[in-house]
Write a protein that binds this ligand. Structure first.
Ligand SMILES: Nc1ncnc2c1ncn2[C@@H]1O[C@H](COP(=O)(O)OP(=O)(O)O)[C@@H](O)[C@H]1O
Ligand SMILES: [Mg+2]
Length: 265
């Protein structure tokens, strides 16, 4: 990929993510039955596509994402990245959580390079610098996390996730802790970065507007427990998108439709 600075960022091909009749239960703490968080969920995220998952609080959005990350096991069905069944975390998948999870004793550059350094990648620092530029944090590379605003912390988190050149980006409400204006700005920034890197993205949010603005597809989950997929909607607004589409009737209609789905359980 060509950068404005003339440098080229290497990006591996992205991969398809398939959830095939996925069920996820949490073991009971005492003798009672297991807690069925997700009863059955099936959907596909095509390579380089952006899929958002929405649903009411506690319906199992994070649970699905953690299973896709390989951090918790499925109790039924399968999750596949390409042809490979997910059984554990792997460098092919990078996760961005709501709370910026930067190492406080490392600078932005140190944080972004960290994952590559522990794998003894010689290009760790140069690659990290490219990613810092990509997310618009140039100038803040030598700052420590506590010196950054919430938006900048999430930019750094995104740079860190991308530095590993994953095939899949898993994002769990990454902008939920930001103020409304910063959140809007970060949504547009994420789309810009994504259009350059073209990773497959699974993006969790409870904000419907955010899902419709970002996604090629929105997966609507039912209320938990024993959550199922209520509906999968294609979102065909032209790209690149900017915030003005949020005020169009077509956009508002789609948002309203999802609202109804969620309100009716
Ligand atoms: N580690 C856990 N052990 C038992 N139950 C859990 C655990 N994590 C989440 N749950 C339950 O699973 C359901 C889904 O949680 P979660 O995936 O966090 O929802 P969401 O992200 O949609 O708000 C909730 O009822 C929650 O209480
Ligand atoms: Mg959650």
């Amino acid at each position: 990929m060509k950068r404005t600075s003339g440098a080229t960022i290497t990006a591996t091909a992205s991969e398809q993510l398939v959830l095939d009749r996925v069920g996820i239960s949490y073991p009971a703490r005492d003798a009672g039955p297991d807690f069925v968080a997700v009863k059955e969920a099936s959907f596909t995220v095509d390579p380089s596509e952006f899929t958002c998952v929405v649903g009411p609080s506690g319906c199992g959005k994070s649970t699905l994402l953690m299973a896709a990350a390989g951090l918790i096991p499925v109790s039924g069905g399968e999750i596949l990245v390409g042809d490979t069944v997910v059984r554990a975390p792997g460098v092919d998948r990078a996760v961005v959580f709501q709370a910026a999870s930067l190492l406080p004793w490392r600078t932005v550059l140190g944080n972004v390079a960290y994952g590559l350094e522990i794998r003894h990648r010689k290009d760790a620092r140069s690659r990290a610098r490219e990613m810092i530029e990509l997310v618009g944090l140039d100038g803040a590379a030598t700052k420590y996390p506590h010196e950054l605003s919430g938006g900048m912390q999430q930019r750094a988190n995104l740079a860190r996730a991308l530095a590993a050149d994953p095939r899949l980006l898993l994002m769990d409400e990454p902008f939920a802790a930001l103020d409304a204006q910063t959140r809007e700005l970060m949504q547009t920034e994420l789309l810009r970065v994504w259009s350059e890197m073209r990773k497959t993205v699974l993006f969790i949010t409870h904000q419907i507007e955010e899902a419709v603005y970002l996604g090629d597809q929105v997966v609507v989950l039912s209320k938990g427990p024993e959550t199922v997929v209520r509906e999968i909607l294609r979102v065909d607004f032209a790209r690149p998108r900017d915030e003005s589409i949020k005020r169009t009737p077509a956009f508002m209609e789609l948002v309203d439709h999802i609202w109804q789905l969620i309100r009716n359980g």
